[in-house]
Design a protein around this ligand. Structure first.
Ligand code: SAH
Ligand code: SF4
Ligand code: F3S
Length: 462
């Protein structure tokens, strides 16, 4: 109900128009959760602001995957001392899930903390805060058998994230995620298909990213599978591009490989985290596959779709990693020919198995190995991307920005996930969310420059 001063009455309280400032750390899952949180706050009359100083509500959606992520949040939390007294400060996400109570006790400005499985109750929590309650923590797990949601979008873009499975049951020895996100639970196949159809038909969505920490475990408990889901989503008229992330190599089935051959809308890209090129390290990580099995998967994927581009995650300096084990990872870079990698120095996480190992490695060794991995990978990917020159790629244009020399460039990603920049034909040409064909003129390790060949407008034509 809206009243005269534009307030909304909810229960006993009036909610006048207010501003929320939100900071998200971590993975796409967290970014997607933030969007969901925003969609609930809109119902309480909040609009988003980029300026923390004008915010009435300050929200942090935290990540605990490496110590650096925690430290960033702690330092931003420290800065909230300068906010106006009446500003409400809340922290959600992965740190809040396991340390919510401690955070609320430690930071005097923090009014409440909430976990990863209660984000759909954010409205209630904000209500409690405006009713005067302070210093509470909500970190319960949803106990229902089903994971059933409707995707909420707030951005007005043709791209949408769609959660299809939450949690992780893998318990890799280094990883905090199973503790911060709980057990695996999938949505039902039919629900996801209806959801995506609705997004395509009524919200103008053209590109969908299926999300899960372990997305290819989807449907295991219900006798359903990611491969079947992809094949059904592929039939939806108006959906142009389908992606999924993140996959665990153990759960890549032959059916999923086949889907990459037959689903027309499935992107030419797969992010398949490997973590290490050494079988003995993979064993200590409890990753459940060998490097031989992993390389065979890459070969099968590339056979199913010859345009397939592969990216990965690598951890440098796992506890007691020997020089020989590290060199096995260097060797893997040559064999796998990744287009991009996300590599990190190992960071011990409280409560995980590997944090209890006696580790002889120093940060210096870890840093050196990380730099060695990154340096060689940049050479490999520069070389791979040089192969794009002269070819034509279709991109969905997502933004414009001046380049280093101040010239206006438009930017989009290929189906294979590579960033392409191009100059507009005329200064006032508007390509926002257009499908555009570009010919690649030059390429570096991280980006490519192209020339526009054809502007399809807001829907791709043949
Ligand atoms: N579910 C995904 C990724 C989850 S976390 C998967 O299984 O691949 C994202 C990445 O962070 C991981 O792939 C891993 O490379 C990295 N990571 C996770 N825990 C880490 C730790 N303790 N130290 C360093 N990197 C870590
Ligand atoms: Fe972490 Fe392993 Fe689960 Fe990925 S699969 S989220 S690395 S425990
Ligand atoms: Fe971080 Fe949680 Fe994602 S720990 S990587 S935000 S699942």
């Amino acid at each position: 109900m809206t009243t005269e001063n534009n307030s909304i009455k909810v229960g006993e309280l009036d909610f006048p128009p207010r501003k929320v400032w939100m900071k998200t750390y971590g993975c796409q899952m967290n970014y997607h959760d933030s969007e969901r949180i925003m969609s609930h706050l809109i119902n309480l009359n909040f609009t988003q602001t980029e300026n923390q100083q004008e915010a009435d509500l300050v929200l942090f959606n935290t990540c605990a995957v490496r110590d650096l992520a925690n430290q960033k949040f702690y330092s931003h939390m420290g800065e909230t001392n300068h906010l106006r007294k009446e500003v409400i400060v809340a922290a959600g996400g992965c740190i809040a899930q396991t340390e919510g109570k401690e955070l609320v006790a430690k930071y005097k400005t923090l009014d409440f903390a909430f976990g990863t499985d209660v984000i759909d109750n954010i409205g209630e929590m904000v209500y409690r805060a405006y009713a005067g309650e302070r210093k509470f923590t909500v970190t319960s797990w949803d106990r229902s058998d089903n994971y059933s949601i409707e995707t909420k979008i707030t951005q007005g873009t043709p791209q949408a994230f769609v959660n299809i499975i939450k949690g992780c049951d893998k318990f890799c020895s280094y990883c905090i995620v199973p503790f911060t996100r709980g057990r695996e639970k999938s949505r039902r196949h039919a629900e996801v298909v209806t959801d995506v159809k609705r997004l395509v038909e009524y919200s103008g969505i053209q590109e969908v990213m299926l999300l899960g920490q372990n997305v290819n475990s989807f449907g295991k408990d219900n006798n359903e599978s990611l491969a079947d889901l992809i094949m059904d989503l592929d039939q939806i008229n108006g959906l142009e591009l389908l992606r999924y992330t993140t996959s665990h190599p153990y759960d890549v089935t032959d059916e999923l490989v086949s889907a990459h051959a037959s689903a027309k809308k499935l992107a030419n890209h797969l992010h398949l985290p490997v973590q290490s090129g050494s079988n003995t390290v993979l064993q200590r990580m409890l990753r459940e596959y060998t490097i031989e099995h992993y390389l065979e998967l890459l070969a099968k994927m590339r056979k199913a779709n010859p345009h397939m581009v592969i990216t990965t995650d690598i951890i440098a300096g796992f506890p007691n990693e020997t020089e020989e084990e590290h060199q096995a990872t260097m060797q893997l870079l040559e064999l796998a020919q990744y287009d991009n990698i996300f590599s990190y120095a190992y960071s011990p996480r409280k409560g995980t198995k590997s944090a209890r190992m006696n580790d002889v490695l120093t940060d210096d060794i870890r840093g050196r190995r990380l730099r060695e991995i990154m340096k060689r990978q940049l050479e490999i990917q520069e070389n791979l991307r040089k192969g794009m020159i002269g070819k034509i790629y279709r991109i969905l244009v997502s933004e414009k920005k001046p380049d280093k020399k101040g010239a206006l460039k438009w930017t989009g990603r290929t189906s294979c996930m590579r960033l392409v920049h191009f100059a507009p034909e005329t200064l006032d040409s508007d390509y926002q969310w257009h499908w555009v064909d570009v010919e690649i003129l030059s390429a570096t390790a991280l980006s490519t420059q192209g020339k526009i060949i054809k502007d399809h407008g807001k829907r791709p034509t043949l």
